[in-house]
Design a binder for this molecule. Structure first.
Ligand SMILES: *[C@@H]1O[C@H](CO)[C@@H](O)[C@H](O)[C@H]1NC(C)=O
Ligand SMILES: *[C@@H]1O[C@H](CO)[C@@H](O)[C@H](O)[C@H]1NC(C)=O
Length: 534
């Protein structure tokens, strides 16, 4: 990623032109375990993918650190020796009436924990001065030179409502969402979270609502590095002085950066000119960053789904869309939507090879951005109609490994085809099932680039029933990869936000117990060979 100057700027600029997307999963039993006292929504099984996923199950088990009350009581019965000496308590077992009282207290604490459906799930929001979030929205005209971000940060970050789509999209729940507004959506969604606490010491994790991506996005082109870093440095200095920080050195804190991690990890030793150094600051290294694409060798950031155009408020809206994509006529075997990338040297890029293969095949639908009105890949209804017309959707890397289009495709019920594990499998580990062959196709990119593998040959080998089964998997993943309308209270389904918060709570639970943030996992290690070691 070290390319500098105008070429890199052009590449990055291209990202703005690219609508993208694909999503992930869901877990019914989590819903059951933490069911809020709302009545179950009818037809929920329809949308929630019912098979429990082993890794998440582990995460969840990890997710319940002992409730604070319990901790205090347990702590009382095992005072450190010097304390006992000082207050003169004999180091022998307590007299029977004390033991009985302690046992009663322990039971009461356990009952309280059971009665408190939020036990172990509280989030503390570290409120920040306006310069870290609200002011960025107020000054929305300065967020991008090319895109009217004022319209895209509207509606709690979802952007303008999509109304006239010629019947392609339903009349409610759809918005012209920009791929870089996740921070705003997430912050607003957090305001609806059912287990907020004003007491940081009770919190399972601390959320820092800094709009990291909107901040750096303003300064990517034509600013000095010190301007790019200013607000990030301001933030960590500010955080360090808070009482909430002191408890764990910020290791229970998390923030959302609605861009790829490369944009926050400028390497100055290579004459770096791209992005900020946010994620390299010592404070940020203690925190977790939820980003659209994590760096392959950085345990400190976690990939979460790109926002799509769909922000349902109710489970019924999701179920209705699922029915629509199940019934969709899919004349194309496979499809691609996107743009070529400038540069790429003489050998041609993987993306070019994929586009060429699509263009040459009678069975591939190609929506190449920018060639006339029919090829408008900025119009959400155009993109969604295209992706909904194919069984498989090609997701070659572009400027980076991931694409929003992967999530748009899954939302359209189109089975994603990935060419690099960094495009999904190593990224969205909370949101996508481990069993990647169940919902996607993997074709090693190098074999496509060098012309030894034709994508069409690979895809033709899947039988009708196999394709239908994969599509059904994808369709069931839809609730877990979309971000619910953040303005509405609980919608009767678990969305990408809910899954991210659960993942975060489990992660902080591991960190607090001195465990590595991720379990060692051979499903993940098998992909190591696809990344340059560092
Ligand atoms: C990061 O966490 C460690 C361990 O809790 C702590 O010692 C260190 O001071 C923290 N770093 C910062 C910058 O707060
Ligand atoms: C093409 O790439 C594949 C996968 O890396 C490799 O196995 C194969 O040998 C390559 N073929 C040629 C002709 O370079």
């Amino acid at each position: 990623m070290a390319s500098g100057g105008a070429a890199a700027a052009a590449l990055r600029a291209a990202r703005w032109l690219l609508p993208l997307a694909v999503p992930a999963c869901c877990v019914v039993w989590m819903l059951l375990a933490f069911a809020p006292p709302t009545p179950p929504v009818l037809g929920n099984e329809d949308i929630v993918h019912a098979s429990p996923r082993p890794p998440e199950r582990e995460l969840i088990v990890d997710a319940s650190p002992p409730p604070p009350k319990l901790e205090k009581i347990t702590g009382a019965s095992s005072q450190p020796p010097n304390r006992q000496a000082r207050i003169g308590t004999p180091p022998s077992p307590p007299p029977p009436q004390v033991a009985r009282r302690q046992e009663r207290q322990r039971r009461a604490a356990r009952r309280a924990a059971v009665a408190d459906r939020c036990a172990g799930r509280y989030i503390y929001v570290q409120e920040l001065p306006r310069r870290f979030n609200a002011d960025l929205l107020r000054d929305c005209r300065s967020l991008s030179e090319w895109t009217d971000m004022c319209k895209h940060v509207a509606n709690a970050g979802m952007g303008p409502r999509l109304t006239r789509t010629g019947g392609v999209l339903p009349p409610t729940g759809w918005y012209d969402t920009n791929q870089f507004t996740l921070e705003v959506v997430f912050h607003n969604r957090m305001r609806q979270y059912g287990c907020l606490t004003a007491d940081a010491s009770r919190a399972a994790a601390v959320y820092v609502p800094y709009y990291a991506g909107l901040d750096v996005g303003r300064h990517l082109w034509g600013f000095s590095n010190s301007v790019r870093d200013a607000l990030a440095e301001d933030l960590v200095g500010w955080l360090r002085s808070t009482p909430a920080w002191a408890a764990h050195g910020g290791r229970d804190h998390f923030l959302v950066g609605g861009r790829i991690a490369w944009d926050f990890r400028r390497q100055d030793d290579g004459g770096g000119e791209w992005g900020s150094r946010l994620l390299l600051l010592p404070e940020a290294r203690n925190m977790t960053a939820l980003v659209l694409e994590s760096g392959p060798w950085h345990a400190g950031d976690v990939g979460v789904p790109y926002p799509t155009y769909f922000h349902p408020s109710r489970a019924a809206e999701v179920a209705s869309w699922q029915r629509t994509v199940r019934r969709a006529r899919r004349p194309w075997l496979f499809a691609f939507a996107g743009a070529r990338r400038p540069g790429g040297g003489g050998g041609g890029t993987l993306r070019d090879a994929v586009i060429d293969q699509c263009a040459r095949s009678r069975r591939c639908g190609l929506l190449q951005c920018g060639r006339g009105r029919r090829n408008d890949c900025y119009a959400p209804s155009n993109v969604m109609r295209h992706l909904r017309s194919a069984a498989f959707c090609l997701q070659p890397p572009g400027d980076s490994y991931t694409r929003r289009s992967a999530f748009d495709a899954m939302l359209a019920g189109c089975v994603p085809v990935f060419f690099h594990p960094g495009s999904a499998y190593t990224q969205y580990r909370w949101h996508l099932p481990v069993d990647h062959a169940g919902y996607s196709v993997f074709v090693p990119g190098e074999s496509v680039r060098n012309g030894t593998v034709r994508v069409e040959d690979v895809l033709r080998r899947f039988g009708r029933a196999e394709v239908a089964a994969m599509r059904e998997r994808v369709v069931r993943m839809i609730p877990g990869i979309v971000y619910r309308d953040p303005r509405t209270p609980a919608g009767g389904f678990r969305d990408a936000f809910d899954i991210a918060v659960d993942g975060m709570i489990a992660r902080v639970g591991r960190i607090k117990r001195g465990l590595p943030p991720w379990e060692d996992n051979h499903d993940q290690r098998r992909w190591n060979g696809y990344f340059d070691s560092q």
